[in-house]
Design a protein around this ligand. Structure first.
Ligand SMILES: Nc1ncnc2c1ncn2[C@@H]1O[C@H](COP(=O)(O)OP(=O)(O)OP(=O)(O)O)[C@@H](O)[C@H]1O
Length: 394
């Protein structure tokens, strides 16, 4: 049945908070936001625009979104940045809603770890949207939206869409419970949930323990070679866009594929050497590669791609295929579609830890458990986007 359109207009949300990452796009986002984005936000949102908060440091989008919801009572949060910012802000949005959750219903559904994947969830009360001003913008490739940050008309159209022209769909999000790293490979601050200090006495919004982290993601999560590439890119002063290609090539020469066990809805599908496993809520990954070509953020399920023991000489062809999403018949890849839970661990013969990333942010390591959170987020998208038509045709 088609959803009721008027109820789904973003103009129903009257208290809008924007979190922007001035360091996105190698620092260009700062100027772009002030010169182009902010005047358009003021023009299209008017009095509805409550506050714009710049992030102060890495992962700070979580704190900003939390405060906009809890202190400024925002009912609509926009993340202006790249995929990493989307991830941070989403986690602040979830924790802010948990903090305000009087009847404990939100917490119960977000802590769900069974494979029932019921669609009876009601979405979180705060709407969410992303204004793409980052480098990769894989989420927008999943949505089917062409991003052109050098075109002022793009921002004019897009911000009008966010204010009134777009539509709210109920998007699924991925939940991953992973093992925290305390070895120093990942900075200790990444282990923090980033809930502002004054709210930490309220346990309702805290999902982590000392050893386990819980994060939510919008588009994709993966483990294997991807995290090794991301760690090298993020710890370097070379431009992200150039270094990404250099590291992708270099890691193919140096990365030792780990042995992992992957269980999909209770069935072991991989018990051996794998270069990469991608648990997709959306289809795109790594700068637009269609690694889970049939995934949709409204399918109420994950799609999973396992890349087996790739060797250097296999890589060019299979990555060419992944670019176009045609790797399904390649014996070096296995695709599992419409999956509710995934459990993954490293096998004893692999000595090094296997790290995982969510929406491009390396957060922790295996063992990890993924659970789909169906129809969890009221997400504003353009009416002509792929994910909007997926939602309408559900
Ligand atoms: N004020 C800040 N200073 C330094 N780093 C920040 C700041 N705010 C956020 N970050 C971090 O910047 C990183 C990248 O952010 P983001 O994803 O927005 O941009 P990007 O890398 O240009 O885009 P993409 O992820 O799409 O390639 C994230 O790890 C985020 O936590």
């Amino acid at each position: 049945m088609s959803p009721n359109l008027s109820e789904n207009s973003p103009s129903n949300y009257k208290r809008v908070g924007v979190v922007y990452n001035p360091s996105s796009r190698g620092g260009q986002a700062q100027t772009l936001f002030k010169a182009v984005v902010l005047p358009l936000l003021e023009r299209f949102f008017g009095d509805r625009l409550v506050k714009c908060m710049p992030t102060q440091c890495r992962d700070d989008g979580t704190r900003c979104a939390f405060q906009l919801i809890v202190e400024d009572h925002c009912d609509y949060i926009i993340s202006a940045g790249g995929d990493g910012s989307t991830f941070n802000v989403l986690n602040g949005l979830v924790r802010g809603c948990l903090y305000l959750d009087q009847d404990n219903k939100t917490r119960q559904s977000l802590m769900m770890t069974t494979n029932s994947g019921s669609s009876s969830h009601s979405p979180l009360p705060v709407a969410f949207a992303v204004l793409p001003i980052g480098s990769g913008n894989d989420l927008h490739k999943t949505l089917g939206v062409d991003v052109n940050v050098s075109d002022l008309k793009f921002f004019e159209k897009y911000i009008h869409m966010l204010a009134e022209g777009g539509e709210v769909i109920h998007a699924d999000i991925g939940r991953v419970e992973y093992t925290k790293d305390h070895t120093g490979v990942i900075e200790e601050t990444v282990n923090d949930e980033h809930i502002p200090t004054q709210y930490r006495e309220n346990k309702a919004c805290q999902l982590d323990s000392h050893d386990k982290g819980v994060r939510f993601y919008m588009n994709e999560s993966s483990f294997g070679i991807s995290t090794s590439i991301l760690n090298a890119v993020n710890n370097s002063s070379i431009s992200k866009e150039i270094n990404y290609n250099i590291q992708t090539f270099w890691k193919q020469l140096t990365y030792v594929n780990p042995s992992v066990k992957v269980e999909v809805d209770g069935k072991v599908v991989k018990d051996g050497i794998s270069q990469l496993v991608c648990v997709g809520n959306g289809k795109c990954f790594g700068g637009g590669m269609r690694i889970n070509p049939n995934a949709s953020i409204t399918s109420e399920a994950f799609d999973v791609c396992v890349l087996h023991n790739l060797r250097l000489w296999n890589v060019p062809y299979i990555f060419y295929q992944i670019q176009y999403g045609t790797h399904g018949n390649n014996p070096l890849a296995s695709l599992y579609e419409r999956v509710k839970t995934i459990k993954a661990s490293k096998n004893p013969e692999t000595i090094d830890d296997v790290y995982l990333e969510c929406d491009g942010e390396v957060v922790g390591k295996l063992p990890a458990t993924y659970t789909i959170m169906p129809s969890c987020v009221k997400f504003v998208v353009p009416k002509n986007s792929i994910e909007h038509s997926n939602f309408m045709n559900k």
